[in-house]
Design a protein around this ligand. Structure first.
Ligand code: AHG
Ligand code: MN
Ligand code: MN
Length: 333
């Protein structure tokens, strides 16, 4: 494969497809640059003084890590001055961040989970950044939370960076899924995966089994059948993997297939799920569908969910199509 940088890839995409505007290209480049900075901060670990808690809580009552706050700041600073955005929403911010009046405003809305997998930071396991791009509704100049409440099917782009043994950026602009590996010496993302496809069949699942006693009946049935292995109704053995960083679990599924599930459970009846619709479920669902996989809430297509509020949680079932369709059918049946 020729050495194709993210910049070159985007310019060539822009020439080929009208849907990639100059501003959307700029937006993706700016997010990628912020991910490089986050990758460097994450990589310094204890030497950078970035580990541990920030002694604050986010809007969802979760304790923020220093790196959650730092990553959020890096993404905000990188994105607010370019003129491509109308507003920014983040898992770590109560309300959307308005673009300061001294800068021009653009037509896009950017949403992100600045650092996914916070519980893994201090134990040196992969973490990542997830982002999603929507269009600001026509005529809106001062976007509020309500302007972000669009179904995932309206996303124009989505992606994630995973900070693992190597830093990888995965991207879709609605025409397939591409991955780029960070060349640390040169400081640029290089195209290393074209048109990624998730195998339709799999024998691997990802779930936090410690919640089993709180699951609904269709989930008990589905996982029970997988655990029964070759002697059970599925007639084959299944393997389990759970990194507990959604980015890393989804990246594995994109690489070799699998199903990722964070179902609704009855532990806390007030919470319809663990993962956030706007910052985690929607961008990942867009990527997974673009790679030939499926993504549902267990009952409906994730990308069709009409959001009711910015920080809403949702059950997530995504990955290899045949398994997602089966477990969804169990819920509907
Ligand atoms: P975040 O660190 O952004 O709050 O997200 C963590 C999420 C997700 O990455 C992962 O799949 C899940 O929480 C892990 O949940 P458990 O603690 O139940 O393993
Ligand atoms: Mn997250
Ligand atoms: Mn997070």
């Amino acid at each position: 494969m020729k050495h194709i940088s993210l910049t070159r890839f985007l310019i060539e995409e822009q020439r080929e497809h009208q849907h990639l505007t100059a501003d959307l290209r700029l937006l993706i480049e700016v997010v990628a640059r912020a991910c490089k900075a986050i990758s460097i901060a994450v990589g310094k670990g204890a030497l950078g003084g970035v580990l541990g808690s920030a002694n604050s809580e986010n809007v969802q009552g979760e304790v923020q890590k220093k790196l959650d706050v730092l990553s959020n700041d890096i993404l905000l600073e990188a994105n607010e001055w370019g003129g491509h955005l109308a507003a920014i929403a983040s898992e770590e911010m109560d309300l959307p961040h308005a673009i300061p009046h001294r800068y021009p405003k653009g037509e896009y809305l950017l949403l992100f989970d600045p650092l996914d997998g916070s519980s893994n930071i201090d134990v040196n396991v992969s973490v990542g950044t997830i982002f999603s791009v929507l269009r600001c509704p026509d005529g809106v100049t001062e976007p509020t939370s309500r302007d972000f409440l669009q179904p995932g099917a309206r996303q124009l782009a989505a992606g994630y960076a995973v900070y693992g043994p190597s830093t990888i950026l995965v991207l879709t602009i609605g025409a397939g899924v591409y991955s780029f590996t960070l060349d640390r010496e040169v400081g640029s993302f290089v195209l290393t995966g074209r048109n990624l496809r998730i195998p339709e069949e799999t024998q691997e699942f990802a779930i936090n089994m410690s919640n089993q006693r709180h699951w609904e009946a269709p989930m008990q049935r589905y996982i029970g059948e997988l655990l029964a292995g070759s002697k059970g109704p599925r007639g084959k053995d299944f393997n389990m993997r759970w990194v507990a960083s959604m980015v890393a679990d989804v990246h594995r599924i994109l690489t070799r297939g699998g199903i990722f599930i964070y179902p609704r459970d009855l532990k806390d009846p007030g919470k319809p799920g663990r993962l956030r619709l706007m910052y985690e479920a929607n961008p990942m669902a867009f990527i997974v569908e673009q790679a030939g996989g499926a993504a549902t809430t267990g009952r409906e297509r994730l990308l069709d969910v009409i959001p009711g509020e910015l920080h809403q949680r949702v059950p997530v079932f995504l990955g290899s199509k045949s398994e997602v369709e089966r477990v969804t059918a169990y819920h509907l049946g």
